[in-house]
Write a protein that binds this ligand. Structure first.
Ligand code: DQA
Length: 166
């Protein structure tokens, strides 16, 4: 997908509209052709479309952002705070296992997030078992393929409507 995709519900977004950011780390732009036996055939654009449709039905603004660059991901997380993003769904990809700096950005903005992995990182090479994000995430979904993103979105929507009422 392009670096940035945004899908608004019908009509223009009100300033108070709930926003969810979906962040994809390095090499996830190759989904569909990248090791399909591990990551499946679904592309990032397919994932975005399904999520955007679901978010629109719930009246939530959903934006997806993919980057192969650690700095760009960090900048996007920092911007999310000033944009009033209420929830983040994050697949840090390879940075899961390496990036203290991206972890620090998420801790700094204090926006709740769910960590998603398409593959079951615990059933793969030992170095994939450690995540710099899991202990500060609301939860982790790993091994459910692209459905993991949809389940994370359902969780986020439930959390947001509970918070909006509370
Ligand atoms: C991944 C798992 C990571 O270990 C890997 O580096 C990825 C994708 C997943 O979605 O399964 O790039 O995050």
């Amino acid at each position: 997908m392009g670096a940035r995709k945004q899908t608004r519900p019908k009509g223009d977004a009100a300033a108070s509209e709930l926003r969810i950011l979906v962040l994809h780390g390095p090499n996830l732009n190759l989904l569909g052709t990248r090791e399909p036996e591990i990551y499946g055939h679904t592309t990032l654009a397919d994932i975005h479309l399904v999520m955007a449709e679901r978010a629109r039905a719930a009246g939530v603004l959903l934006e997806s952002f993919q980057s192969n660059s650690e700095g760009e991901l960090i900048n996007r997380v920092q911007a999310a705070a000033s944009e009033g993003v209420a929830f983040i769904i994050l697949n840090p990809a390879g940075y899961t296992h390496t990036s203290v700096a991206l972890r620090d950005a998420l801790a700094a903005v204090d926006i709740p997030f769910v960590e998603v992995h398409l593959s079951n990182v615990h059933a793969r090479e030992p170095f994939r078992r450690h995540s710099y994000f899991s202990d500060i995430a609301s939860g982790v979904i790993s091994g459910l393929g692209s459905q993991g993103y949809e389940l994370a979105l359902e969780y986020a929507l439930r959390q947001l409507s509970l918070r909006a009422q509370g």
